[in-house]
Design a protein around this ligand. Structure first.
Ligand code: FVH
Length: 288
């Protein structure tokens, strides 16, 4: 294995390969970051060419795609016949462009999205999404599973990145709502830790049960049912109350403001009868 990029995540990836007994070559711009890995048996490449040519599979985990191209463009020809697995966060378009670039250099390309923090790497609860070259995934699935549960999501190189960004957007939305909740509760000098552990976390866990149904209503275009338990009109009143209470408690509602507008707009629209599921239609812009 070769691992290029030894930030917090790249180091964890290289450590997981080493722990699984894979001979691992590493390279990083700041060479000192390889020290602990070398102590654990990694080979530190002196140059990027040496790093790429050391292995049939080259795993890259860098800050962003421009950095990846800055590093790999000068040695692009050395990628011929190798598998390039890119776990750098980026957009679907960046993944597809990089796949084309790699193909032009004779390399197979697998793009990936890591759904884990570095401390989780090497454990099954870390999930890593892959898309692109199926032969590369099949050949190296066992090895990639050492990083976390490996899941192939499709041949389109942009899919792993799309799913990664979608999951991150759900996480950021959830944290925005949770931050607003904590800010509200803190105005009354409540014990935030107790509130979060005994009420907030269980509440969020319970609400996620509705997500597959919400998705299914969008897949099938079906409605929530004649006797919807949570119609948007009712929810709009509750949200107006959150706004009023936030103002009264001197809590900025900016983090939630992007939710208020589409929910209010849902009332009386065709997607209305799908409850919150209707918001998905509302925020999807028509194709230009
Ligand atoms: N850490 C996390 O929790 C998340 C979890 C999900 C996936 N992300 C993505 O993983 C990519 C790398 O993230 P990271 O946490 O390793 O990031 P850093 O610790 O900041 O390391 C950045 C590496 O990129 C190198 N680098 C940056 N700029 C340059 C440059 N101009 N030339 C060469 N290398 C560069 C940096 O090198 P150095 O600063 O150590 O010399 C690190 O190797 C990322 O896409 C996350 O979104 C992590």
């Amino acid at each position: 294995m070769t691992v290029i990029g030894l930030g917090a995540m790249g180091k964890a990836l290289a450590a997981a390969f080493l722990a699984a007994g894979h001979p691992t070559t590493v390279w990083n711009r700041s060479a000192g970051k390889a020290d602990s890995l070398v102590a654990d048996g990694a080979i530190q490449a002196a140059t990027i060419t040496e790093a790429v040519t050391a292995s049939p599979i080259v795993v890259v985990c860098l800050l962003d795609y421009p950095v990846l191209h800055e590093i790999l463009e000068p040695v692009g020809d050395t990628l011929a016949g190798r598998a390039l697995v890119n776990l750098t966060n980026g957009t679907p378009d960046q993944a597809r462009e990089t796949a084309g670039w790699a193909r032009g250099r004779g390399a197979d390309y697998l793009d990936g999205g890591i759904m884990a923090v570095p401390a989780m790497i090497g454990r099954p609860e870390a999930r890593v999404l892959y898309s692109g070259s199926r032969p590369v995934f099949d050949q190296y699935e066992g090895t990639l599973n050492r990083l976390g549960t490996a899941r192939y999501v499709g041949a389109d190189h942009g899919l792993a990145s799309l799913y990664d960004l979608a999951l991150l957007s759900a996480m950021y939305g959830q944290f925005a709502g949770a931050s607003h909740a904590l800010a509200l509760v803190r105005t009354e000098k409540a014990d935030l830790t107790e509130f979060a552990s005994s009420l907030l976390a269980p509440w969020l866990t319970a609400t996620t049960v509705a997500l597959p149904l919400l998705a299914e209503q969008n897949d099938t275009g079906t409605q929530a049912g004649e006797e919807s338990a949570s119609p948007p009109d009712m929810q709009a009143v509750a949200i107006a109350n959150i706004v009023t209470a936030s103002n009264a408690q001197n809590v900025d509602k900016a983090l939630l403001s992007h939710l208020f507008v589409p929910l209010r707009d849902l009332i009386g629209r065709p997607a209305h009868d799908r409850d919150l599921a209707g918001m998905v239609d509302l925020i999807k812009k028509p194709q230009e």
